[in-house]
Design a protein around this ligand. Sequence first.
Ligand code: AMP
Ligand code: GLY
Length: 424
Amino acid sequence: MKNKAKLYAEDVRKVLIIGGGGREHAMGKKIHDQNPSIELFFAPGNAGTAMLGQNIRQRTIGELRQFCLSREIDFTIVGPEQELVQGITDDFLANDLAIFGPHKAAAALEGSKVFAKEFMHKHGVKTAAYHTFRHYVDAKRFLENNHTYPLVIKADGLAAGKGVIIVHDSFEAQNAVKDLMRNEKFGEAGSQIVIEEFLKGYEVSVLSIYNGHEIAPMISAKDHKKIGERETGLNTGGMGVVAPNPLFSEKDMQAFVKDILQPTQQGLLQDNLQFSGIIFFGLMVTSFGIYLLEYNVRMGDPETQAVLPLMQSNFLHQLIAAYNGEALDLQFSQQHSCCVVLASGGYPGSYQTGFEIRGISQVQSQVIMAGVSGSEGHYKTAGGRVLSIVSVADSLATARQKAYEDAAKIRFDYAYYRKDIGVV
Ligand code: AMP
Ligand code: GLY
């Protein structure tokens, strides 16, 4: 790869954010609030990002590259994983376009669970015991000799968050493996699988910024992934987040740094996988210590909505520093945030859209949009996760109370939200 030219923050005037969810609205809002003169573009964006800048039509990597070259975009930030796994960073850097996010080889830390587990194992990153399989017969034979359940079966590739199956007996296990490897339920993503030990504990998300040699962690967050209260029902993209995670102590943070962050940092260097981008650690805290479940190479959604409002450092300037390989300085307020996601009734199954959204102007908290179409005064639902309400306060209890007071002001047909976000 060519040597990149240093990017000076004061020269950055036009920024493109790729993606169109709540995460991208939250990143755009933070950048806009901290740097009001920056011109923002979003591909494709949503009704929320349209208030901060311009939503553009370009979709493919080639179209996005052309847009950035012709419109002289100074810096591109990639929200979702797909473009990273496809190699947008390699393409942009080869064309002298400044972009924040890992190149294709490093994006495999998220794009391939086999690659990620082998990386963790090789570098002593604490993770669940596992086996990988490339052939159906080998996985089947392994299960015939296994008598310990539950087990976790994972498709290797990206499967829209649905490629992880927890199985409780050999019947379920054999079916899951057959679905993935024989019936190709997730296509090519299931051609290899990981079978791993089930870990019992609670989950914590830690986002971080990587500058190519140092990983700087942000405050921890607690995602609520299930549709139902008390973590029941189907998995979703995330129904709410609080930050910092009230269960994750300073001591836990230190154990995470020692057992997971540092070996990752050394491993990236050793394997020549340096990049500038986000590393999102999906952790499981157990009575035997803290384990890494997965790496993501992009910000979490909705973790971003809850974490960024607490960031005191200039977010865009930190991303530019990381791009330049310069030292990072991430400062956070001592406050707490609570993000409650309002969804369309039926989500994560089928749901209807096109319902009028009322009450947004009465809300004091931040309103971060995801599945919303239209413009001020004429907003309509357009997705499963519609919008989120984000409140910040000196205590978690007050942040929760404010978020729920405001959530109750928003009205659309069949609106649904969990009432227990942040309940410990
Ligand atoms: P992943 O995509 O690997 O993070 O897995 C998605 C979800 O599956 C995680 O957020 C956990 O809720 C669950 N999960 C993954 N691996 C394990 C494991 N080894 N033990 C228990 N739960 C797991
Ligand atoms: N909230 C989990 C994720 O972004 O993957």
